[in-house]
Design a protein around this ligand. Structure first.
Ligand SMILES: NC(=O)c1ccc[n+]([C@@H]2O[C@H](COP(=O)([O-])OP(=O)(O)OC[C@H]3O[C@@H](n4cnc5c(N)ncnc54)[C@H](O)[C@@H]3O)[C@@H](O)[C@H]2O)c1
Length: 451
């Protein structure tokens, strides 16, 4: 075993032993959580956390008083004790004080992307468990830094990738595990979501979607920070919704790994055309911005076990939402876009069958058990499951079902795709963040029916 692999192996074992002292919930109290970033996403997650009777939300932080006010109002409406608040004074470092709050067990990070890595690193160093919204970092180095901090501190870290918990996605996981598709050969997924009305608005907190063409400091919510990434970056900017399920199906970091990656980007037209059409001319400053992000970014990954995975990032053109999943093996395939499945010997030859009967037959135990509780939660219920998983793993002192290796492997697709495109669509070797551990690690995601 090489020295680095040895260190990683030891650290990974340490990571499973998690928090040093007897956990609070074992002594009969609730899990005490904080949240940094109580914006649009934070509030969706907060709703799920406030519904739980095993969680106390003890701290909230946002530098935008409107967002912080909405979140504290939610806690009050839920009849919960008022969380301590940080950031109302606009101090961009207020989150550091939140991490010092006594008795904090974990923190949910739902801030702009560029803040995820520094906030997660500081939290792990403070022994505060991290539930981090997608993505794990910006640069490749960020990803190594987040990984190394987790391995050195042993503090639990989970990427809150909710699509892994989508009902059909989880039924397909059961099908894959049952061998219904035979041996997997090729998978597809992506983030195919028309975000034009998210990337621009008029800056009014009450009209966050499609109300104008401002972005940056004059924009509101994601228009304030996300759009800038379309100006300065060209790559697969949001990989985890697509790659998360595909990685779980193929056992990435658990008997399999990505070996190579390349990415192609189309020309960039959609955001410019949108701002011109929306503002009725070319005088608004947003119409003169050069957007670097290609409208369609296509990324291909090769896996050690011989599968290929194709991801598409498609957020700047008119289209209905679809993540575009396809899971194909030697015995058949599923595609979500047509709710279709074809299994050789079971489906009529060369014909699609409707997926619904298969979904019912292969319903994941988690959905069988919790569908009623999850009903009404964000994104068709999957937001309830992702929060449930984080809290339950924390309570059980068990490994996080979407752990640090998953987080950095999925999220590093972004800087690697940028590098590939920047180098003329070059094929790159994919780093092995597990340092060889992928060969021994076993699947844990949603395995025992608990989370
Ligand atoms: N998993 C999903 O389905 C899903 C859906 C939407 C968003 N997201 C992710 O959630 C994250 C947040 O997105 P959003 O839509 O809520 O954006 P948002 O802009 O509405 O919220 C981000 C919040 O972070 C706050 N913030 C910024 N700097 C801060 C600082 N220094 N300290 C404390 N707070 C700070 C902002 O004031 C804002 O309220 C992003 O990573 C996004 O990609 C995930």
């Amino acid at each position: 075993m090489k020295r680095r692999e040895f260190i990683l192996a030891g650290a990974a074992l340490a990571a499973t032993s998690l928090l040093p002292e007897t956990p609070a919930w074992a002594r009969g109290r609730k899990v005490r959580l904080g949240m940094i970033g109580t914006g649009m996403r934070g509030q969706v997650l907060l709703k799920e956390l406030l519904r739980r009777d095993d969680v106390d939300m003890v701290a909230l932080c946002d530098i935008e008083p409107v967002m912080l006010g909405r979140a504290t109002a939610m806690a009050a409406k839920a009849g919960k004790p008022a969380p301590r608040t940080y950031g109302a004074d606009g101090d961009a470092n207020a989150w550091k004080r939140l991490l010092e709050q006594r008795g904090l067990d974990g923190v949910i990070i739902a801030t702009p992307w560029e803040l995820h890595a520094p906030m997660a690193i500081a939290a792990m160093q403070a022994k505060v468990a991290v539930g981090c919204e997608v993505v794990a970092g910006i640069t490749l180095q960020d990803h190594w830094d987040v990984l190394n901090t987790q391995l050195q501190t042993g503090t639990p870290y989970m990427l809150l990738e909710n699509v892994c918990y989508r009902r059909d996605v989880m039924a397909v996981l059961q099908m894959v595990r049952a061998g219904l598709f035979g041996e997997l050969v090729h998978l597809q997924g992506g983030y195919q979501h028309d975000l034009r009305a998210v990337k621009f608005n008029d800056g009014n907190p009450d009209h966050p979607y499609g109300s104008g063409v401002e972005f940056g400091p004059k924009g509101w919510s994601e228009a304030r920070w996300r759009t800038e990434h379309s100006v300065t970056r060209n790559g697969e900017l949001y990989p985890s919704h697509g790659i998360g399920p595909c990685a779980m199906y193929t056992g990435i970091n658990r008997g399999n790994r990505f070996t190579h990656i390349n990415a192609f980007a189309s020309k960039a037209r959609g955001l410019h055309e949108y701002t011109v059409a929306k503002s009725g001319g070319t005088t608004h400053p947003s119409t003169r911005v050069q957007f670097k992000l290609g409208d369609i970014v296509t990324t291909t990954l090769a896996c050690a076990n011989g599968e290929t995975i194709l991801l598409q990032h498609d957020t700047s053109l008119p289209r209905p939402y679809s993540l575009g999943f396809r899971v194909q093996g030697t015995q058949g395939l599923w595609m979500d876009i047509n709710h279709g499945i074809h299994i050789e010997g079971r489906s009529p030859a060369h014909e699609w069958e409707d997926f619904k009967a298969y979904q019912d037959q292969y319903e994941h135990p988690l959905w069988k058990q919790h569908a009623d509780t999850a009903a009404g939660a964000g994104h068709g219920g999957m937001d309830w499951f992702v929060i449930h998983a984080f809290v339950e793993a924390l309570k059980a002192r068990a490994p996080m079902p979407i752990d640090i290796f998953d987080a950095v492997t999925w999220s590093a697709i972004t800087p690697l795709s940028e590098q590939s495109i920047g180098n003329g669509f070059q094929t790159l070797e994919f780093p092995d963040f597990t340092g060889g551990l992928w060969q021994q690690r076993k699947p844990i995601f949603a395995f025992d029916g608990r989370y």
